[in-house]
Design a protein around this ligand. Sequence first.
Ligand code: OOG
Ligand code: MG
Length: 264
Amino acid sequence: MSGEGDLRLLADRLADAAASCEAVLQSAPDAIANVAAAYRVQHHVVDRRIAEGDRLVGLKLGFTSRAKMQQMDVDSVIFGQLTDAMRIPEGDDVQLSRFIHPRVEPEVAFRIAADADLDDSRLQWVDAVDAVAPALEIIDSRYRDFQFSLEDVIADNTSASAFAIGSWSPLARLSNRAVRMRIDGRTKAAGSTSAILGDPLRGMSWLKSAAAQHRLPLAPGDVILAGAATAAVPLVAGVVTVDVADLGSVTVRAVPTEKTLEQS
Ligand code: OOG
Ligand code: MG
């Protein structure tokens, strides 16, 4: 059984791994007793980022598609927390040196309407969404070899590391839109939005019940990443583009870090 102090130590280890880009070993089998304890570690990890200056900007869902569950051998939907420092403006460069062993995956994002009253218990969260956009997520497990248990990955803020969002469109039905991810023009993954819980908007109903159990810090204007439609692929240097049919695309450029030349 882990006390709060032990969970805080685990959180510090994960936060240090992210800051130093050095992977850590998975936690011992009994170190995180259950999913509830794992979310407590996640809250400590995120609280530390906030103490260091980050601002929460939304939530992400994980393992909402069979492709992702099979890839990582995990079979539960989970949530993580997004901060402003993780956001890459559409079209911008992102330095690969920020990450340990990054992977990229195609997603869709929802936006919570500015006038949504999330404290109203009668509100269906699907009704709180006013816009949708193509998105990509860069995940970067802090665990060695990208190997983890369900509790480990929840504690590690669901491998959240960076994300980019394309242009917002008014909310529309999203089932069965073709999704494609390319790096330097070469297709790396292809699928459909139906792979995400049958319809990505279902994730909002899942979040509403998760919010009833956890301290979920969602606010009007925040974004929700609905989870990857396909398995993730290793992120290498190049231009990464995700297209979602009828929604448009989002692009970032992953760049290797220039080595500083020693002056002689
Ligand atoms: C965990 C994050 C899962 C998704 O979209 O399914 C996720 C991982 O695969 O490391 O972000
Ligand atoms: Mg994801």
